[in-house]
Ligand binder design. Structure first.
Ligand SMILES: [Zn+2]
Length: 291
């Protein structure tokens, strides 16, 4: 059973700071940790989707790589520390991840999720679960084309709480997405990242456009990770965290689909995903630091 070891990394790297920016539906803390004491912020997120939880330990490893460089006296890491504040949010959807990994296997919330899933027998339970514990897809919650996302998803039959693809009653009705929205607005990042699985591709546009500099930055991310740049089909390009950050904040924002295979990806892919994600975080940190 996977353990999301937030505390281990603090013991190893006292330079990292920790905090809580909200609570999940079940009351789990929504945790961040940060690296750096500078003026320019970035927000790196993982595991909006429950069965993509492997991105959570991968993002923790990314923070560890930066902190290890700093601890070893690496001048680039020291410069990043001075010029930036990098916020790492490994687990946007802690309740859903607990469901998929078997840590939540009984009780009221488990049983209600199970009865939601029973209407979708073609999706395996719990391994096919992407949503939060109430059956809202947390990456279809942001106020950027939400009405259009609703129209498209409803036309595909996703009209009520479901293991995936239900947009919710309103934008930001899910506490986890709302908390991340508020946190992101508060720290005013220069760029944001959302790790998902799978496909080994990087999305960098919203409805075919992107802020100045985003394309060049996307190419750096591709080179650092070995992943390919891709464009989202119009029908899926709405109401996501990246969509909102590009449209409302006007900043470079990236969705990275890590690894290859069927979700949830096996832990045997963690090292490869961590290496790709660490390269991406490093490039974004350099961008944030002005380099
Ligand atoms: Zn996803």
């Amino acid at each position: 059973m996977i353990n999301f070891d937030f505390d281990g990394i603090f013991r190893r790297f006292p330079t990292l700071r920790a905090g809580v920016f909200g609570r999940s539906v079940m009351g789990r803390p929504l945790r961040f940790f940060s690296f750096g004491a500078g003026p320019r912020a970035a927000v790196f997120t993982a595991a909006h989707h429950a069965n993509e939880w492997i991105t959570a330990p991968a993002l923790i490893n990314c923070a560890g790589a930066l902190a290890a460089g700093y601890a070893a006296g690496d001048p680039d890491s020291e410069r990043i520390f001075r010029k930036t504040r990098l916020y790492f949010i490994p687990l946007v959807n802690p309740d859903g991840a607990a469901l998929v990994t078997g840590r939540l296997a009984s009780g009221r919330f488990h049983d209600s999720a199970k009865s939601i899933a029973a209407a979708y027998p073609e999706l395996p339970f719990p391994s096919g679960w992407k949503a939060n514990i109430r059956g809202v897809d947390l990456n279809l919650q942001y106020p950027a084309g939400w009405d259009e996302a609703k129209r498209i998803k409803y036309s595909q039959g996703w009209t009520r709480p479901a293991p995936r693809d239900y947009v919710g009653r309103a934008p930001l009705c899910a506490s986890e997405s709302r908390a991340l929205y508020t946190f992101t607005r508060r720290v005013r990042p220069a760029c944001v990242l959302a790790l998902h699985t799978q496909g080994e591709v990087i999305y960098w546009q919203y409805k075919g456009s992107a802020p100045p500099g985003a394309r060049a930055l996307a190419e750096r991310l591709a080179a650092a990770s070995g992943y390919a740049l891709d464009t989202v089909p119009d029908e899926s390009s709405n109401a996501g965290y990246r969509d909102w950050a590009i449209e409302a904040l006007g900043i470079p924002a990236f969705t990275v689909e890590c690894g290859l295979g069927e979700n949830p990806l096996p832990l045997s892919q963690l090292d490869g995903i961590s290496a790709a994600a660490a390269g991406i975080c490093r490039e974004l940190a350099e961008y944030c630091a002005g380099g």
